[in-house]
Design a protein around this ligand. Structure first.
Ligand code: GAF
Length: 368
């Protein structure tokens, strides 16, 4: 774990009562489908956020993160949460949501340590929310199952922090593991773990181009989808099938292309699930490639650095498919490589990326 190594005792003067952790996630396929009621297929990554936590008398919350420079302990009073306090908003959001749901909390001290990189499209914020919720669940005996816990994290982020995200990341952090893809129907919340075929392994590389979902582009895409659904007379784009795409293409630009991405991406997730079940590695790879093209051309959430990483990965003999993962506008790529080849592939791709873009990419998976 990176950053400040001070112990909980040194920070707060007593030992932690509970410890909890939650992973970041990588999405194999199914991008910008969750807020349209569609399908997603994420996995956990080895990087995770850990919390140590101790309830305290009174209503004060004191929070510290090893990952922030300066080492300051931030604090607030339960019931007096107010937005606009940087990273503390994620903690405040969680306590606001829990209180709103009728859970009785007292004050607490909490320390976070994370190796999920920030702004890399790998859900550092969901890992923070889910790890905190797990710690609070244990400390206070909260009655929250793993799905309810994930939904509380999502509401903290969308409702309090103000980033209008869907439910994928928190569900993945709460429910996924690192060897299976978690197939989620984000409308019904039905979910199932599907193991990766032993013939493949994941490669995840961050581009060094940072993104943020609270602001502009992500919000615009979401609004475009809602507008298109309205114009097409459906509740959500999930309610359309590939046969509806020609009709959608008559909508004003760029709405038709946005719809085409979402509808065909949902279909690709279903195909990817079938390919996983059959162990059809080339089929899976082709779906990842098609998903990337759709994100780049129709949904317009890629950037040149990500396209370069995807191209470099695909040029590798042992890579069967590659795409932008996560919300986009920077972030990371995920590639499927033949088992045993991932470390070599990742090292070569990062080296070529540095030469061509002047940027330092970072290999997150496989972990060196
Ligand atoms: C971000 C959001 F947080 C998710 O809810 C999802 O919409 C994703 O972008 C795009 O698939 O990670």
């Amino acid at each position: 774990m990176a950053g400040d190594a001070r112990t909980f005792e040194a920070l707060f003067g007593s030992a932690p009562a509970v410890r909890a952790r939650a992973p970041g996630r990588v999405n194999l396929i199914g991008e910008h489908t969750d807020y349209n009621g569609g399908y997603v297929l994420p996995m956990a990554i080895p990087q995770e956020t850990r919390v140590e936590l101790a309830p305290r008398d009174g209503r004060e919350v004191r929070a510290w993160s090893a990952n922030l420079p300066g080492g300051r302990i931030d604090s607030y009073v339960l019931g007096e949460e107010r937005r606009g306090r940087g990273w503390l908003d994620y903690v405040q959001g969680v306590t606001v949501v829990l209180a709103g749901d009728g859970h009785a909390l007292r004050g607490f001290d909490v320390a976070f340590r994370s190796d999920v990189p920030l702004g890399s499209g790998l859900s550092s914020s969901a890992a923070l929310e889910v790890s905190l919720l797990r710690g609070l669940r244990e400390a206070y005996g909260l009655r929250l199952d793993d799905v309810a816990l994930a939904l509380a994290g999502q509401r903290a982020e969308a409702g309090f922090v103000g980033a209008p995200v869907g439910v994928m990341d928190q569900l993945a952090s709460s429910l996924a593991d690192a060897r299976s893809a978690l197939f989620i129907d984000t409308r019904t919340l039905a979910h199932e773990r599907i193991p990766l075929p032993p013939a493949v392994e994941l490669v995840v590389i961050s581009s060094g181009v940072s993104h943020a979902h609270a602001g502009g582009d992500y919000r615009v895409r979401r609004a475009e989808c809602e507008r298109a659904a309205d114009l097409l007379g459906v509740n959500q784009l999930r309610d359309l099938s590939p046969a509806d795409v020609p009709r959608a293409m008559s909508l004003p630009e760029p709405l038709g292309r946005r719809v085409r991405h979402v509808v065909l991406e949902n279909a690709r997730v279903l195909e990817a699930v079938e390919a996983l079940r059959r162990g059809d590695v080339p089929g899976l790879g082709a779906l990842l490639d098609a998903s990337h093209a759709s994100q780049r051309d129709d949904y317009e959430v890629s950037v040149p650095e990500i396209d370069l990483l995807v191209d470099l990965a695909r040029a590798e003999r042992d890579v069967v498919g590659a795409r932008l993962t996560g919300g986009g506008f920077g972030g990371s790529i995920v590639a499927l490589a033949r088992a045993g080849s991932g470390a070599g592939v990742a090292a070569r791709v990062v080296e070529a990326y540095a030469r061509r873009s002047g940027r330092a990419g970072r290999v997150l998976v496989p972990r060196g």
